[in-house]
Design a binder for this molecule. Structure first.
Ligand code: GLA
Length: 403
């Protein structure tokens, strides 16, 4: 009896450690959807992979090229899923080899129904076969969407588990992203079903916040602030190998037409983009950029390549920040770090510049700290409080070191 118990515990441990190994810290990369949408193709994905390296993004930790929807060309006469031959004339394996030769990883996309969200061939009832093909191509990650599937939670759990199991039996380590938009509380079941992360909302739009949907009925959709508010209470569910996915970074999109430009996605200011990068890092979301890496201005680069902010995202402790102060104007988030430091983020939700005083004891931090501003890369003070000016929609991120 005792032996059976030990074997059971060991199996559980192996399962958990396997999930952790697949995604010990939030995945970082670039996702094709908001930039290319249905125009995704091998030539430009290779250019993006080149730019990932030449821009310094790869060195900073961005690792994945995630192919999103619209790559599929149907099935062959043996039901093997195939890429669109015009978009991917050399096939996905050749692209994976290219991406791997650059030291990067390749992600792909499918859906738990017959067709994807954009109407392309998907994986329902072909889970084993598709997972084996993805493994043979050298795929490292699968984003699995939920368009065209029944709305109940039970079916979702079954369909996600079926694909997760198929990936585990495929012979290759393939991380698994659950994408049912948070509608069935995936933070309660997706890790157990085999996911390393799960989307918590519908699609991010390139905007600060949703407009009043009564007055602007066609402009619903999720802005940066909306997604922060959805994720704030979910901090207990994140940790190594299981993350709340806040969807793609829209940093550097500037309202470019495409999916993130729909539903009122008119573009954000650089301050707002900086807030997105800061809070996605504090909240342990995957960091999937979606802008054109081949043409980034200096400001976009400085936001995406801030290594001190990235260190907060990738901190080994893997604790999602908790929102400790929350009112209409001021939000303060606290994230404990592996070496005993704390990261804190001070968000001005209002459109006007504000002066804030933050007493660290109000955050449960009772010592004296050296305060480093991670956007300015400067030590800006010592002690147990901070007073300063925060612009409208700006987020300061500080690292506090115990003195
Ligand atoms: C859904 C997902 C998006 C994207 C599209 C592709 O809307 O939530 O992230 O993958 O499908 O069609």
């Amino acid at each position: 009896m005792r032996r059976i118990f030990f074997v059971f515990v060991a199996c559980l441990f192996l399962k958990v450690s396997n999930a952790q190994q697949l995604s010990p810290t939030p995945p970082m990369g670039w996702m094709s959807w908001n930039f290319f949408a249905e125009k995704v193709n091998e030539k430009e994905l290779k250019e993006i992979a080149d730019a990932m390296v030449s821009s310094g993004m790869a060195k900073a930790g961005y690792q994945y090229i995630f192919i999103d929807d619209c790559w599929q060309g149907g099935r062959d006469n043996q039901n093997n899923i195939i890429p669109d031959p015009i978009k991917f004339p050399s096939g996905i394996k050749a692209l994976a080899d290219y991406v791997h030769s650059k030291g990067l990883k390749l992600g792909i996309y499918s859906d738990a129904a017959p067709l994807t969200c954009a109407g392309y061939t998907a994986s329902l009832n072909f889970e084993e076969q598709d997972a084996k093909i993805f493994a043979a191509w050298g795929i490292d990650y699968l984003k699995y969407d939920y368009c065209g599937a029944p709305s109940d939670s039970n079916t979702a759990k079954i369909r996600y588990k079926k694909m997760a199991d198929a990936l585990r039996n495929s012979g290759r380590d393939i991380a698994f992203g659950v994408c049912e938009w948070g509608l069935r509380s995936p933070w309660l079941w997706a890790a157990q079903a085999g996911g390393q992360l799960w989307r918590i909302t519908g699609d991010v739009r390139d905007k600060w916040k949703n407009l009043d949907t009564k007055r602007h009925p066609n402009q619903s959709g999720y802005g940066i602030l909306d997604i922060v508010d959805y994720n704030a209470p979910l901090y207990p569910y994140a940790g190594p190998g299981h993350w709340n996915d806040m969807d793609m970074l829209v940093v550097g999109m500037y309202g470019k037409k495409g999916p993130s430009g729909d539903l009122g996605g008119v573009g954000c200011t650089d301050i707002e983009y900086q807030t997105q990068m800061g809070l996605w890092s504090m909240m342990c979301s995957p960091l999937a950029t979606t802008n054109d890496l081949r043409n980034m201005n200096d400001k976009t680069k400085s936001i995406l390549l801030n290594e001190e902010i990235i260190a907060i995202s990738q901190d080994a402790l893997g604790k999602q920040a908790e929102r400790k102060i929350s009112n209409d104007t001021l939000n303060v988030f606290v994230k404990p770090l592996a070496n005993g430091d704390y990261a804190i983020a001070v968000l001005n939700r209002s459109g006007a510049t504000q002066t804030f005083t933050i007493n660290f004891t109000d955050l449960g931090l009772n010592d004296k700290y050296e305060i480093k501003d991670l956007w300015q890369h400067k030590i800006i003070g010592n002690g147990n409080k901070w007073k300063g000016i925060v612009e409208g929609h700006e987020t300061k991120v500080f690292r506090l070191k115990n003195k």
